[in-house]
Design a protein around this ligand. Structure first.
Ligand SMILES: Cc1cc2nc3c(=O)[nH]c(=O)nc-3n(C[C@H](O)[C@H](O)[C@H](O)COP(=O)(O)OP(=O)(O)OC[C@H]3O[C@@H](n4cnc5c(N)ncnc54)[C@H](O)[C@@H]3O)c2cc1C
Length: 537
């Protein structure tokens, strides 16, 4: 068997008629995603339970949009008249770590929160989760989601071991990582029921960044599985997945740290990054081991105050703070809350035995921020939830403002970017954001995964003019991030957002987009799946 050829199989499951949902109330709850992309409409929805039902729905539909939790920030999960296929009923966790394989097999509609809870009960851990726990596994693979912990663990792509995908033809591919590699002449062959299909591998060079969700993956000798990861529902419907998991779940300590100066905060992030990388390199059991550093800018802190999130979550944020970090420190799984408190108190009095937590506290003392930090020690789930609620409350609050503005003008949409640059260039990019927003008179908040050099500038639009001006600002940010050696599309994908589609074009040029379209034409010649997502149909 050639390694660039894969044979599809015919689907299994019940072969009943496709059951269409036309209830307007049910449909109404599926007409938009978290991008507040305007104009969503659909008249039919299918909620399959089996792979056969997915295949049948694909075979009989003119156009289809697969959806998960619709937490997309790109409009990619907003229907534009397609028949919707929701994976919400394909929500079974099939096996956890079978025969010590270090994997979990799940259906596409399992939520990240349900997966995490099931793994936690077995002491296992799946790290590359987006910060929204309601997202479905299938959605995270379709967008190559990343999240807070990319700094230590990489993106979804690195953790996907196998995929089951139903193609627009109704054929099913079971793709194992390592089993199907591109031919050295740059193609894959798919043996489908109707004949053989040759899929060209695009020739553009992807930017070298820790996370990327920018159209189709392409590399010489690439694995077929990587073509489907991040393809945003345009090549097939993912029905089941095998993910790698960590055999041991670390203990997590969350630390919220307000700073009075941005430079001071950025220096602290730099120190944490360097110290953690040393720990990983040396394997020092007492070294500081950070998996994520989230950041909130001054406007985010204002939004928190305006919406009372600080009071609701019992967190005091000094008025003088202009930036805050939420740091995830990983500790040995055996540590108890009492031991953690003892180490924190000891560090303050310079009496603590040497430990990762005591070392981390000493870094806080040296940075002169120890007195203002809020710490959730391992096991203090209630406090951890409050600190996470503060971080997660910011996008929710900003999105709420977008929704309210949209009630006055339906053209208003979420206007946000998802850039990544090498960490050394991060401050430069933040200054560029400030200048551009100030110059345009835009209200904006910036937050994100600063440990990766990936933060999300979000316009808080009052009018449609703000949206238009914000879009121009985002194009400028994208060009600047490419100039700084980064990428304008880090983790959310491209979707239907015209600015993101333009940024994709700026990243790979017209030829690159044409190469992506050639992949799409080979696998989906009738353009059934997600027309208008990634590039115009
Ligand atoms: C509050 C908030 C925080 C977020 N934080 C992060 C973050 O930290 N990191 C990050 O990467 N993203 C983040 N996101 C974005 C979003 O959660 C991710 O893109 C997530 O992966 C989408 O999953 P979903 O199930 O909601 O997919 P949907 O939004 O339903 O769909 C997303 C795309 O995937 C396609 N798709 C969905 N399911 C399938 C399937 N089974 N087969 C084929 N295609 C499919 C859809 O067609 C669509 O193009 C956040 C969103 C919100 C609202």
């Amino acid at each position: 068997m050639s390694r660039f050829l894969i044979r599809a199989r015919q689907p299994w499951g019940d072969n009943g008629p496709v059951r269409l949902v036309r209830d307007p109330d049910i449909l109404a709850s599926h007409l938009r995603d978290a991008a507040y992309f305007p104009g969503g409409h659909a008249t039919e929805l299918v909620a399959p339970v089996t792979e056969m039902e997915v295949a049948d729905a694909l075979r009989v539909s003119e156009c289809v949009l697969a959806i998960g939790a619709q937490s997309s920030l790109t409009g990619g999960a907003t229907p534009m008249g397609e028949r919707l296929i929701t994976t919400s009923r394909m929500n079974r966790i099939e096996s956890i770590d079978p025969a010590g394989a270090g994997t979990v097999r799940v259906q596409a509609g399992v939520t990240m929160a349900a997966l995490d809870a099931a793994l936690a009960a077995e002491g296992r851990y799946y790290p590359p989760a987006p910060t929204f726990g309601g997202a479905f596994v299938g959605g995270t693979i379709a967008t190559n989601a990343a999240g807070a912990a990319t700094f230590k663990y990489g993106t979804t792509r690195e953790w996907v071991q196998a995929l089951t995908v139903v193609l627009p033809s109704g054929d099913v591919l079971d793709i194992e990582r390592g089993a199907t590699i591109a031919h050295s002449d740059g193609y894959f062959d798919l043996q489908l029921a109707a004949g053989r299909v040759r899929v060209p591998v695009p020739t553009y060079t992807m930017p070298d960044v820790p996370k990327l969700s920018a159209g189709y993956f392409a590399a010489p000798d690439m694995d077929l599985i990587d073509l489907f990861i991040g393809s945003e529902g345009t090549l097939g419907v993912i029905t089941a997945v095998t993910l790698r998991v960590l055999p041991i779940r670390p203990a997590f300590c969350l630390v919220f740290i307000p700073f009075n100066h941005r430079r001071q905060a950025m220096e602290f992030v730099h120190r944490l990054r360097v110290t953690s990388m040393e720990t990983w390199d040396t394997g020092n059991p007492r070294g500081v081991d950070i998996s994520a550093i989230e950041h909130l800018d001054a406007r985010c802190l204002e939004v928190i105050r305006e919406d009372g999130l600080d009071v609701a979550n019992g967190v005091n944020i000094p008025r003088s703070a202009v930036m805050a970090l939420l740091v995830t420190l990983e500790l040995p799984p055996s540590i108890t809350a009492e031991e953690a408190f003892h180490q924190i108190g000891g560090a303050e009095m310079q009496l603590a035995p040497d430990s990762p937590l005591a070392r981390f506290c000493r870094m806080l003392i040296e940075a002169e921020v120890f007195d203002d930090v809020e710490i959730a020690v391992p096991g203090d789930n209630a406090r951890a939830e409050q600190l996470l609620a503060l971080r997660e409350g910011v996008p929710a609050s900003v999105n709420k403002r977008v929704g309210l503005a949209q009630q006055h003008d339906a053209r208003i949409a979420k206007t946000a970017a998802d850039m990544i640059v090498p960490f050394a260039k991060m401050e430069q990019l933040l200054e560029f954001y400030d200048d551009e927003f100030r110059r345009r008179g835009l209200d904006a908040a910036v937050w994100g995964h600063i440990s990766d050099g990936n933060v999300h500038p979000n316009v808080i639009p009052r009018t449609f003019a703000d949206v238009e001006s914000g879009r121009q600002a985002i194009l400028a940010f994208g060009r600047e991030s490419i100039r700084l050696g980064g990428a304008p599309l880090a983790e959310h994908g491209v979707g239907r957002n015209p600015i993101k589609q333009q940024l994709l074009r700026e990243l790979y040029g017209d030829e690159g987009i044409e190469e992506m379209r050639a992949v799409k034409r080979a696998i989906d010649p009738e353009w059934v799946l997600a027309p208008g997502v990634l590039f115009p149909p």
